[in-house]
Write a protein that binds this ligand. Sequence first.
Ligand code: NOJ
Length: 536
Amino acid sequence: MSDEYIWWRDGIIYQIYPRSFMDANNDGVGDLKGIITHLDYLADLGVDAIWLSPVYPSPDKDFGYDVSNYVDIDPRFGNMADFDELISAAHHRQIRVMMDLVLNHTSDQHPWFQQSRRSQDNPYRDWYLWRPCRGGSKPPNNWQSVFGGKGWEYDLKTGEYYFHIFLREQPDLNWRNPEVRAAMLNVFRFWLDRGVDGFRLDVFNGYFKDAALRDNPGRFGLRGFDRQQHIYDADQPELLPLLGEIRTMLDSHGSNYAVGETFLSSPEKALKYSGPGKLHAAFNFKVTQQRWQAARFARCIWEWEELNQPDGWPSYVLNNHDIPRSTTRYHFDLADRMAKVAAAMLLTLRGTPFMYYGEEIGMRDVRLSRTDIMDPPGKKYWPLYKGRDGCRAPMQWNDHPQAGFSTVKPWLKVHPEYRKRNVQQQLADPDSLLNFYRAAIRLRRNTPALTRGTFRLLEGMPSSVLAYIREQNSQKVLVILNFGTGRAVTPFPEWVNTRSVKLLLNSRAENELAISPNERITLAPAQALILDVSQA
Ligand code: NOJ
């Protein structure tokens, strides 16, 4: 593995949900200027890149994931001049900027769709997936929408159905149409020319659907969408050549990066679409679906590592805007002991870590009453599924009203805990989660074994412990993580000379590193240790 610094391999990518990060113009919605005012905070935290969830004009049926213009900024977030300023202010601090490209579907308000739905012979008709009824009035096939109900919407005016895998206000594009393909590649070029460094591709493996629109076969599941095997509405063979074309374009613009949001993800699928000649990375969400148990994480990490041998480059994510925050998901203790263990893991595994705003201060999901729910699937399935608003609450900057996010009532409720849990308070507390993230990120950056080093899981550990070795040249780092709420007595690998072990980071600084004469180490509940064991 080359020793030269490669930002998307060695660095940390931080996802910003712009409407919830910082509201500079005090209209209740976060904006680009708000992000600019906190770039120093991000530089200080040590992130190498930010990924912005969509900031394009959008009717907001799916909070920006329904785009009505790919080459502009929604006025609520600012304008192109603000965007240019953000790019140059970020670059000035060595922070790269990634855009979220939502190219599987547009908004139904996009001019392309507005044209397309006018008549069957409109030049834009074939930009979307229109089909006549089957057998009189039935939809063309059995495909479903992820957000509930059928995937086909009947259009009275032109007497045909169009397909939408998400909301009916998010019609899917027809990527087999060369004009669509060319228009989309131009969207990449537009942002690259503005100085963007990379992209996150929304539902990229859904771009192509089966050309013959065959019915998906059934399987056991609770809801319509889950009761099908998704073999015809995603992951079609045409995708790989397209990814090759995208990669060639990115490479020809410099070291631009693309990570795909793997739809219906599995580790195998994520691997299939990433690597040379494909995307740089594709998310493996299996890690986010594990229970908080060392053995489960060990299995899942081992599997991902094995798949990525010999030269794949994994990525890891614990949080994003679609799932409950890890602190809430795992019911972490309020003193953030376990959140530090999770942070130590994310920042020392082999692969690119993705963080989500607020993760570094241990934000919890906000609880909302039914009337406050904004997310469409939450509205539809309440109380069975309450939607994704919980993890999208405004960033907690300080203990001022609205947590310092805005001076007016924000678009989504601030977490009531903000007076105790905020950036200002955590910066001042040497033992805070935020300061632990900062220290771990600094350590990672200065320790080649933790960025490019090889990875080896250690066996024979107590059941609550996950331990591994990262190694680069002669540098060896041992990471020991106690996932449990009890103490754990952990052996060292026999080649470690315990007398020359050096402590690099201890998540429970109050507990001194104590190695017993029989060369074991006793971990406190929820303790993470990062040790230099190079002098074996
Ligand atoms: C995945 C995005 O992460 C999610 O927020 C969105 O609702 C769907 N794609 C549709 O774009």
